[in-house]
Ligand binder design. Sequence first.
Ligand SMILES: Nc1nc2c(ncn2[C@@H]2O[C@H](COP(=O)(O)OP(=O)(O)OP(=O)(O)O)[C@@H](O)[C@H]2O)c(=O)[nH]1
Length: 357
Amino acid sequence: MKVVLIGVGQAGGKVTQSLAEFDYEMGFNAVRGALAVNTARPDLQNLDIDTALIGQDRVKGHGVGGDNELGAQIMQENATEVLENLDGRITTEAEAVVIVAGLGGGTGSGGAPMLARELKRIYEMPVYVLGILPGKDEGGLYQANAGRSLKTAARESDSLLLVDNDAWRGSGDSVADGYKRINDAISQRVGLLLASGEAVEGVGESVVDSSEIINTLRGGGISSIGYASAQASEDPSENVNTITSVTRNALLTSMSLPNAVEAESALLVVAGDPERLSRKGVERARRWVEDETGSMEVRGGDFPLGSDKIAALVVLSGVERSGRVDDFMRKANEAAKSQGGTVDPNEFDNENLDSLL
Ligand SMILES: Nc1nc2c(ncn2[C@@H]2O[C@H](COP(=O)(O)OP(=O)(O)OP(=O)(O)O)[C@@H](O)[C@H]2O)c(=O)[nH]1
């Protein structure tokens, strides 16, 4: 799937750069444009992709210090300028736009949903938000910001792909090492998903294309992604079990939103050397995903890739009713109250979330 990426805020810019680099190094060419937008000048100076500094009149290039309402306002005032940076590429090259942001800060958390709204007013194509949830040890302001931003981003975009900062962090990692590992993991998983819709080798009926990604996410709400791989045998008949076991690992141990398995729809992409892939294995794994997620809408397909490994990439859509999202919203609500108690006590309850989605 050909996309334009727009990173908003510090985390958004870093992850966007990491995704663009992965796509370039792998030669996939799914990323047709990458722009980082921020209110903080120093965060942009560290990046090699195109950048746009906004809100200089308000914060003088210093960032919004976690104030996501200010982040949203600044984006609203500057959306036209941001879009001008990208217009040519969005209209001529892209099948979708992906906005990337950390949901805990100010610029990305407030700016990403606002930008999604502006893009949707102008373009027909899907607009997705890749949102990073603060880990459970991060401060109350981050949790409260993310709670608010999560609801709005899910409402304003065609799908909010959530990555929990605790999901792929190594146990002994420093904060910086942890970010590097998580950003690499995001790039690999999301990068492979985008590239899977662009596969050119061994084209056949079973190869995943962009429309399957778009249709899987069509229901809106919150989505998540997982990945696992294993060594493949040269004989495809010996890989039936390998395909089912990598699919189990991806869904049960490696999702970007852990413990959220129940879903409205799903996509299983099995990547590997076409000579080694087993149709029977892919179909068996796809049926297993149906049983596990309780979804009747599970798409499955291949991604031909020159490799001696087999990998499973699982995308779940409509996971907002999972206990994991409820838990997060409860904590965000408590954090919001302890930040000054200005939040409507019902704002984060589940029914309210349902009606917003
Ligand atoms: N995965 C990941 N998360 C990050 C990274 N950098 C920051 N974060 C997370 O992003 C959230 C903070 O958002 P930032 O992007 O730093 O903030 P911002 O949008 O630039 O907003 P302001 O700094 O308030 O102007 C926190 O939850 C951090 O843990 C990164 O490189 N990778």
